[in-house]
Design a protein around this ligand. Structure first.
Ligand code: SF4
Length: 353
């Protein structure tokens, strides 16, 4: 193989620009080479274990990567063009952060996903909407990628960054960086690197405006309180050029009835983030079995939105998508095979920082 560079290029093109999953479909290679590839390698795209479609068109795949490493990936259709959409990608199997409003947080962290496992989720979605083969001038239906699925992407920085590198490489998936957003629950020391090393968008799951409440909703706050998270935001922004579409932070704020949805909370939020280019996404809480929280009323959500908007900060209410298939924000949990997950968790990989 090392002596046949042209063959490597062929294999690369089959994998990344044609989206081929089976060595037998690499038809320009000789039969012998295909047999050798099959004997020695695997494409490693995982196995689709379930494929659900919501009544609103949202799709959710349960993808297995072996030994209980099952994760969920969601394709959210665009409101203006149901054929195109945004892929919500998982970065870990389970999550270690236990945010109290999040279903995924009740699933113990099993392991980090490898770069190919992260990329495979996007490629599955691309195949499902006919984006392969990639061709110059051909319209692509996957318009955006968000790292907002299972796991904390900044606790798997090395693999997430390798996946983004292939995702944006001209010779691989060739996706523009401004179409990619990474969401963190506030791993303050690594937020700068999202701007400096990755150059993609940053979303911060804020959800509360005081440390005592955020300690409960997002327990990582005890380690990195709000002040440090906002510092991380400023450092991120310092690496984003003025003309970048990502020169603003998206703050995610889940609306929990009677918990964080008062006018005083809204005003406090505007004081916290008013000094930086930002945008607020209000997320109506998506209930899940066993959760203690209730969604805020529509009236309270609109009241909150108006206060933030009138302070000059763009504020939108995210329409819930895929609730009927548990694919909405905070509802993902690949708990199909819990016994195997628990068994495999005993050999937990250390979390990378
Ligand atoms: S909100 Fe994100 S970081 Fe928090 S538990 Fe859920 S998946 Fe983990």
């Amino acid at each position: 193989m090392e002596q046949r560079k042209y063959m490597q290029d062929d294999i690369w093109r089959f994998l990344y620009t044609r989206g081929v999953e089976d060595f037998d479909d690499m038809t320009s290679l000789s039969k012998d080479v295909r047999a050798a590839l099959k004997a020695g390698f695997e494409v490693g795209n995982g196995i689709i274990k379930s494929n659900l479609t919501s009544k609103d068109g949202t799709r959710k795949w349960l993808i297995g990567f072996g030994k209980g490493a099952d994760i969920e990936t969601v394709l959210i259709p665009s409101p203006t063009d149901p054929k195109s959409g945004t892929v919500c990608v998982s970065s870990q199997v389970g999550c270690s952060l236990s945010c109290s409003f999040c279903h995924t947080g009740t699933q113990k962290l099993l392991r980090n996903l490898a770069a190919n496992e992260i990329l495979s989720q996007i490629m599955h979605a691309m195949r499902s909407v006919g984006d392969f083969p990639l061709e110059k001038g051909k319209r692509r239906n996957i318009s955006n990628i968000v790292f907002m699925g299972q796991g904390e992407p900044l606790y798997n920085f090395r693999n997430v960054s390798a996946a983004i590198s292939l995702l944006t490489s001209r010779s691989a998936l060739n996706m523009a960086r401004w179409r990619i957003t990474l969401s963190t629950s506030g791993v303050a020391p690594l937020m700068e690197r999202v701007g400096k090393d990755l150059g993609v968008g940053l979303a911060v799951s804020l959800h509360a405006v005081t440390d005592p409440l955020r300690d409960v909703l997002v327990p990582l706050n005890k380690q990195y309180p709000i002040k440090e998270v906002l510092n991380g935001c400023h450092k991120y922004l310092s690496h984003m050029p003025n003309e970048s579409r990502h020169r603003r932070i998206t703050f995610e704020y889940v609306m929990l009835d009677g918990v964080n949805d008062t006018p005083a909370d809204a005003r406090h939020l505007t004081r916290l983030i008013g000094q930086m280019p930002s945008h607020v996404n209000l997320i109506p809480f998506n209930p899940w079995p066993g959760s203690d929280y209730k969604p805020s009323t529509d009236a309270n959500i609109q009241r909150f939105r108006k206060i933030v908007d009138e302070a000059g900060i763009a504020c939108h209410v995210r329409l819930p998508k895929g609730q009927d298939i548990m694919a909405a924000c905070g509802q993902l949990k690949s708990s199909e095979d819990r016994k195997r997950i628990r068994a495999a968790a005993k050999t937990l990989d250390p979390v990378q920082e």
